[in-house]
Structure formats: structure tokens, C-alpha cells
Design a protein around this ligand. Structure first.
Ligand code: GTP
Length: 331
């Protein structure tokens, strides 16, 4: 099989957003990970805008856990300048099964970008598409280097970036180049994934393609990359987007040190720093000190509270004088 050498006008995308987000509990008990706010908007919005900027016209959200929470916010995508569809799995189909299921809703014929719903990256998606087309690849994986690859899929390459081995989560990975969670697949490859059953793209599809001798390439990139799957990483993502270390056109405009969403009221004697987010209609009381926090919509921070690197649930009232570091309040 060879690439269709498609122009950007026929590019589609699938966003894998059906996981349970267990590592992010308790934050994910009510809200699926991709809908958690990061720098003031649901994380998925950053990825949708990134897809739009790479010329993608149509995106399918592959949902399962708390599937009903996506459509009321994203609708048909008109507000975001891209067509958005939904492929709901009654029972989660795994990453590969989700791709096969969601692809049925895509009308675009060209190569398909597939995003893990929990990766914040600065890589150039358009350049990844061009690399895919130039190499006449069937699949192109975005790869990055990390200090410790044990928790990821370690990917081995030839000198011309052809993938030779895919080692999912192992104790002694042979390389620190890892699967960074954004793939380009030709439609013909997706058509080979069995439908209606649980399939892991990492454990079954990739190793299977290598066995068949398929043209699988690695697009190695060293720009910003973060798996937002833990609470500490989620906070870091929000802070990095506000500080400018990570870039996303979906980040609302903000002051140099924090983001206050519409209706937020911060007392003149309070001190908000460290790239915190103060949600819509939230109130920060007299003398409170907030640093590096995510205070969600409608929360109330009592006078003289001192919070750092802490999540405050929507609508929760933090009593005056509370001191918290690295906590979850109201979940
Ligand atoms: P943890 O439980 O904390 O590991 O998080 P997770 O449930 O998100 O799992 P993981 O990080 O392994 O998933 C990677 C990406 O694939 C995430 O964006 C998930 O939302 C998504 N995902 C995982 N399994 C499924 C599935 O069965 N169906 C769909 N549609 N998406 C999935």
C-alpha cells in the first residue's frame, strides 16, 4: 500500500477520549479527563484547535466513559471552526477498537491523525503529515525522547526513521525514544483493524503492522511534550500554557501571572500568582494567597486562605484561613 499523497483539504482526525482516567481520580469522578479544564478550557479544546490549525476539517471524538458530557460543550464544532462528530462506545473498545469504530464516521478520504486525548504537545502536526507523505508511510508515529521510558512504548528506528520495534511499557526499555501519542494512519490500515471488539493499538496493531512489514515511520520531535494523566502533570500543563512554555491558540488571553475567567472576582488585597486559573464567577476573598492553583467556576475562597498547587472543585467554598498544598478541595 502507498500513501494517497493527499492534500490538507482531505485530512481528518480522531480524538481518543473514552478512557476512565483512573490516575486522575478524584478529579475524574465527575468529569472525564479530556473535559477537565486546562488553562481555562477543556483539555480537548486545545487538541481540537491544534487539529484545525493543521488544516483538519473534520474530527471524530471517540467517547465512552461519561460520553454524554462532550457534545453539550463542543456541539457540531461550528463554534471552533471544524466539523465535530461523536462515536460513542457502549463498552470501551480499547484504543484500536475505538479508532476502527470512529473511522466509520469520517467522510474525509485522506490520511487520518489520531490523538491520545491526554497529550499536550508543541509538535508541528502539519510537518508530521508532510513527513508521512514524503516517506509514503502507512503509519507515522510522533515520537519524543524522555529520561525514563519504562512507563511508555519505547520505539526502535532505522537511520532513516523506519520503525523496527515497538516495546510497550517494559522494565528495561532498549531506547528512550517513546510513542508520544499522536499517529497518522492511512485509511487502508484502519480498515484492517477488526471492528466491534476490544483492540489495543499499542499492544496489537503496531506490533502486527511491523510483523507484516508495513511502512511504519517515526517522526521524532523535541518540542514541548507532556502526558497530562496525573494531577501534578495536569497542573503543570495549565501553568505551562499560561506561562507560555507550552503554546496553544485555545488558551484565553490573560495577565502575566494568572488567568481570571469572566465574572471572577478577586479582592484587591488577595494575591494570585504562579499561573493560577480563577474560574468563571469564582470569588477570591480578602488577603487570600493563591499560587499555581486551578480554582474552578463558582468556587469561593475564604479570607486569608493560603493555597498552592491545589485544585478547588466548581462551586466549592473553601473556609477562611485554610492552608493547603498539593490538595483537592471539594471533590
Ligand atoms: P488512566 O486510567 O489514568 O491510565 O487513563 P486513561 O483511561 O485515559 O488511559 P490511557 O492513558 O491509557 O489512554 C490513552 C488515551 O486513549 C486517552 O486519551 C484515553 O481517553 C483513550 N482511551 C483509552 N481507552 C479507550 C477506549 O477504550 N475507548 C476510547 N474511545 N478511548 C480510550
Amino acid at each position: 500500500m502507498s500513501s494517497s499523497n493527499a492534500s490538507s483539504s482531505s485530512r481528518g482526525a480522531i480524538l481518543l477520549v473514552g478512557g476512565m482516567g483512573t490516575r486522575l481520580q478524584p478529579l475524574t469522578l465527575q468529569t472525564p479527563k479530556p473535559m477537565l479544564p486546562v488553562a481555562g478550557v477543556p483539555f480537548t479544546e486545545h487538541q481540537i484547535i491544534k487539529a484545525r490549525e493543521a488544516g483538519i476539517k473534520e474530527i471524530v471524538l471517540a467517547t465512552s466513559f461519561k460520553a454524554e458530557l462532550f457534545e453539550p460543550y463542543f456541539g457540531d464544532g461550528e463554534r471552533f471552526g471544524i466539523s465535530i462528530k461523536y462515536a460513542v462506545e457502549k463498552e470501551p473498545l480499547g484504543t484500536g477498537g475505538a479508532i476502527a469504530n470512529a473511522a466509520k464516521s469520517l467522510t474525509q478520504a485522506g490520511p487520518i491523525a489520531i490523538f491520545n486525548g491526554d497529550v499536550l504537545s508543541g509538535h508541528d502536526l502539519n510537518a508530521q503529515f508532510e513527513f508521512h507523505e514524503k516517506n509514503r508511510a502507512e503509519v507515522t508515529l510522533y515520537l519524543t525522547k524522555v529520561a525514563d521510558a519504562r512507563a511508555f512504548g519505547a520505539v526502535e528506528l532505522t537511520a532513516d526513521f523506519q520503525v523496527t520495534a515497538f516495546n510497550e511499557k517494559m522494565e528495561n526499555p532498549p531506547t528512550n525514544t517513546i510513542n508520544a501519542g499522536c499517529y497518522i494512519f492511512n485509511r487502508e490500515v484502519i480498515n484492517q483493524i477488526p471492528t466491534g471488539q476490544v483492540v489495543s493499538v499499542e499492544r496489537e496493531t503496531f506490533p502486527g503492522l511491523l510483523k507484516q512489514g508495513a511502512r511504519v515511520f517515526g517522526f521524532v520531535d523535541s518540542s514541548y511534550w507532556l502526558d497530562i494523566g496525573t494531577p501534578a502533570a495536569l497542573l503543570k500543563a495549565s501553568q505551562d500554557l499560561l506561562s507560555g512554555l507550552a503554546k496553544s491558540a485555545a488558551t484565553p488571553s490573560h495577565s502575566s501571572d494568572f488567568l481570571a475567567l469572566p465574572g471572577a472576582k478577586i479582592d484587591a488585597t488577595a494575591n494570585v500568582t504562579g499561573n493560577s486559573v480563577i474560574g468563571a464567577d469564582a470569588i477570591v476573598g480578602q488577603g487570600a494567597r493563591i499560587t499555581g492553583c486551578v480554582v474552578n467556576d463558582g468556587a469561593i475562597i475564604g479570607p486569608d486562605a493560603i493555597l498552592s498547587n491545589t485544585f478547588v472543585a466548581a462551586g466549592f467554598e473553601v473556609p477562611g484561613g485554610v492552608i493547603a498544598e498539593g490538595s483537592y478541595l471539594g471533590y
